[in-house]
Design a protein around this ligand. Structure first.
Ligand code: KIV
Ligand code: ZN
Length: 401
């Protein structure tokens, strides 16, 4: 069966940047956008041009720097926003306006003090107006996660009729369970007239730690685009993490899906985004965290040294990490210690390793991790002890004689 392509829509520079303390200047944004293009994302959401002159400038500069990737700009369902987004995108080879409105009862009643009928009207007007600037118009139904499926379907049908090319179904508050979100996508696929003409997109937030699972259920039920960010950064608990969804697709060939991502650039892209945004990646973050391919317990280290696959289902080289790390702690065994010495150019005999290991344990009990420098000190100590032991036995032998 032919594999289906899943488009990767990266919103690191828009939703990702909406994090407190994460401010990127235009130069940094352009640098990240270029890296995203090399990574192979299909769409770069470059910003929300109406939000500030700086953001407008960044979107415009990104359009000039990115060659093949679609560049997308966000707007509300407001004419002025759409106009500014259209202007900011004027240098893009492949521009897309991303416009939309809240569709849940919370948004309709409390945010807009409006009615469902008026919301549909506004949605149609926004799409029609955006079409004056660009051909490619993505519509988002904000808080779709908490929107009744029947009403959501009605909104989608109307905006498709007026030219929307992509329908985004955001779980804005990270409310849905995976099965529920998958069913929502399936419901739209099966009940919206014209849905086959457009791309259905997932956009999941991580408030319950389910963003990646929800996106996965979305694509398993017919969505063809996933909106995500590098390192999963984004509002509150963040968005679906690009590296997670891409590697899930890559690792599970039975899903019959593929992306255009050059996974070997994942780690360097993660590093660049973390450096520019100042947002540290948590050590246990899947795929790109410092510990994602590090092993510190003796049993695991022994297994990894014998065969990497014993304790790793992902090859670190696939995401651009040279090799797994063997971290030396008081839980490490002789195999790990010998392995690390091998890498420093020292091959230890079994007997000498016992001596080195006893000294190592004394150090390791006092420290979190033993470094290469300390390994050299331990080796020196062991060699000195060996000499002393040797001379003691030799002199004992002389005495006996
Ligand atoms: O989470 C959300 O609903 C959004 C939309 C603006 C697309 O980010
Ligand atoms: Zn969002």
């Amino acid at each position: 069966m032919k594999k289906k392509k899943i488009q990767i829509f990266d919103t690191t520079l828009r939703d990702g940047e909406q994090v407190p303390g994460c401010k990127l200047n235009t130069k940094e944004k352009v640098k990240i956008a270029k890296q995203l293009e090399s990574l192979g994302v299909d769409v770069i959401e470059a910003g929300f041009p109406t939000s500030s002159p700086g953001d407008y400038q960044s979107v415009q500069n990104i359009c000039k720097s990115v060659l093949q990737t679609v560049v997308c700009a966000l707007s509300r369902a407001v004419e002025k926003d759409i106009e500014i987004a259209g202007e900011a995108l004027k240098y893009a080879n492949r521009p897309r306006i991303h416009t939309g409105i809240g569709t849940s009862s919370y948004h309709i009643r409390y945010k807009f003090n409006s009615t469902p009928e008026k919301i549909i009207e506004k949605a149609i007007c926004a799409v029609k107006y955006a079409k004056k600037f660009v051909e490619d118009v993505e519509f988002y139904a904000e808080d779709a996660g908490r929107t009744e499926n029947e009403f959501l379907a009605k909104v989608c049908e109307n905006v498709i009729k007026h030219g929307a090319t992509v329908i985004n179904v955001p779980d804005t508050t990270g409310y849905c369970l995976p099965k529920e979100y998958g069913e929502k996508i399936r419901f739209l696929k099966e009940n919206v007239k014209g849905i086959h003409k457009v791309t259905l997109s997932t956009h999941c937030h991580n408030d319950l730690g389910l963003a990646t699972a929800n996106s996965l259920y979305g694509i398993m039920n017919g969505a063809k685009q996933v909106e995500c960010t590098i390192n999963g950064i984004g509002e509150r608990a963040g968005n679906t993490s690009l590296e997670e969804i891409v590697m899930i697709i890559k690792q599970n060939s039975h899903l019959n899906l593929f992306t255009n991502i050059n996974t070997k650039l994942i780690f360097s892209t993660s590093h660049l985004v973390s450096k520019c945004t100042g947002m540290k990646v948590q050590s246990n973050k899947a795929i790109v965290g410092l510990n994602a391919f590090s092993h510190s317990s003796g049993i695991h280290q022994d297994g990894i040294i014998k065969k990497r696959e014993t304790y790793e289902s992902i090859n670190p080289e696939d995401v651009g990490i040279n090799q797994s790390s063997i971290i030396l702690t008081a839980r490490s065994g002789r195999a790990a210690l010998a392995y690390r010495y091998e890498r420093l150019g020292h091959s230890l005999s079994k007997k000498f390793l016992d001596l080195v290991y006893s000294i190592f344990l004394k150090y390791a009990d006092k420290k979190k991790e033993i470094t290469d420098k300390e390994l050299k000190t331990i080796l020196k100590k062991a060699n000195n002890n060996k000499k002393i032991l040797h001379s003691n036995t030799s002199s004992r032998r002389i005495n006996v004689v």
